[in-house]
Design a protein around this ligand. Structure first.
Ligand SMILES: NC(=O)c1ccc[n+]([C@@H]2O[C@H](COP(=O)([O-])OP(=O)(O)OC[C@H]3O[C@@H](n4cnc5c(N)ncnc54)[C@H](OP(=O)(O)O)[C@@H]3O)[C@@H](O)[C@H]2O)c1
Length: 327
């Protein structure tokens, strides 16, 4: 596993991370023992970037991650997030008030069973609070030793620049995958200018790029993706076609479609860190093996020709929630 510096920080990160969100049952049932075994296998393999958020399972995911890493905390780059309160308060959506930042951090530290968060993200930008105020409060947490580095999630390039003027932003976490490519033209160049690592979330297209989803029947009864326009009706019928060119290339290269999807994200640059989500050791191992798969320029072009940036039908979140993104 290649180890790199996280953006402009002193933190060492593996070239891919592990996303723990679905261990909170967000894409269907999750088993705690299996989830903890996956986190342990990740750390043992040197995948030290472990990503959670206070919003996942209403804090339950942080408790699970805290339990899993309690006896190996020093081997982990622990990333968590605050401020995505849409599930609790859909009118406000996000909370970036300085007093809230402090309270949320204290609560996360408690749930995670640690005295420091390595990378603390604002999960959603609060449009009612200037970003300078929110990041100022996050910078105070760094000064107090409660947080080591600061990140933002789902923020615009302009917000990123304003935030970075207050305190170095070490990571921007937003979506990036073969079916969600907009950041390559917008946020990624700004991250490069500022020395900010781009943390690519949902690099497997929330499972769509693995080939496991061919229709709505492949989603569990209680699965958040059912609420997402990209996984509904005519959008879904169109979007499943994304998998054919990925499967064709996977077959030629003797690997899986998910590995091609991850190799494509990794091929975008050393400063882009995909965090595939999995709650299974088998999938984690395949995702780690994907770091060894090189795509040639011709193969990247072939994927680009069959899956152009405007390929995907439907918005990334339910329409009622799209306004919470800082686009
Ligand atoms: N900042 C934000 O707003 C935000 C939003 C969404 C996600 N995230 C972060 O990004 C992480 C990843 O995103 P995600 O979980 O939404 O989507 P993803 O990584 O694109 O896809 C996850 C799905 O792919 C499956 N999978 C994983 N590896 C596989 C493999 N090798 N072969 C076949 N299937 C595989 C998983 O199932 P199994 O569990 O069965 O392996 C799961 O259903 C999250 O855990 C979270 O940390 C952040």
């Amino acid at each position: 596993m290649k180890i790199r510096k996280l953006g402009n920080s002193d933190l060492d990160t593996s070239e891919i991370g592990l996303g723990c969100m679905t261990m909170a049952g967000i894409y269907g049932p999750a088993d705690e023992d299996q989830s903890i075994a996956t986190i342990h296998a990740s750390i043992d393999a040197g995948v030290n970037f472990i990503d959670t958020a206070d919003a996942y399972g209403g804090g339950a995911n942080e408790i699970l991650v805290g339990k899993a890493i309690s006896d190996r905390r020093d081997r982990v780059l622990l990333a968590t997030k605050f401020g995505n309160i849409y599930a609790r308060d859909s009118e406000r959506g996000a909370d970036g008030r300085p007093e809230y930042v402090r309270a949320a951090c204290e609560a996360s530290l408690q749930r995670l069973g640690t005295n420091v968060i390595d990378l603390y993200f604002q999960h959603r930008v609060d449009k009612q609070v200037p970003i300078e105020d929110t990041v100022g409060a996050m910078a105070d947490l760094v000064k107090e030793g409660k947080v080591r580095a600061i990140g933002l999630s789902e923020c615009s390039s302009e917000t990123l620049r304003r935030a970075h003027a207050v305190h170095p932003i070490s990571a921007l976490q937003s979506e990036l995958s073969l079916w969600t490519q907009f950041a390559l033209e917008d946020q990624v160049p700004v991250c490069r200018e500022l020395g900010t690592t781009y943390v690519a979330y949902s690099p497997l297209g929330r499972g769509m790029l693995t080939g496991a989803i061919k229709g709505g029947a492949d989603l569990a009864e209680k699965d958040r993706r059912r609420d997402h326009p990209r996984f509904q009706g005519d959008n879904l019928k169109h979007n499943v076609a994304v998998i054919a060119p990925i499967e064709a290339l996977a077959k030629r290269k003797g690997c899986t479609p998910a590995q091609i999807a991850l190799a494509w994200v990794l091929a975008q640059g050393d400063d882009i860190l995909p965090i595939p989500g999995s709650k299974r050791v088998e999938h984690l191992s395949l995702n780690i093996a994907a770091t060894e798969i090189d795509l040639s320029a011709d193969e990247v072009q072939e994927l680009h020709d069959s899956i152009p940036p405007d390929f995907t039908a439907g918005s990334r979140y339910p329409d009622a929630q799209m306004w919470t993104l800082d686009l």
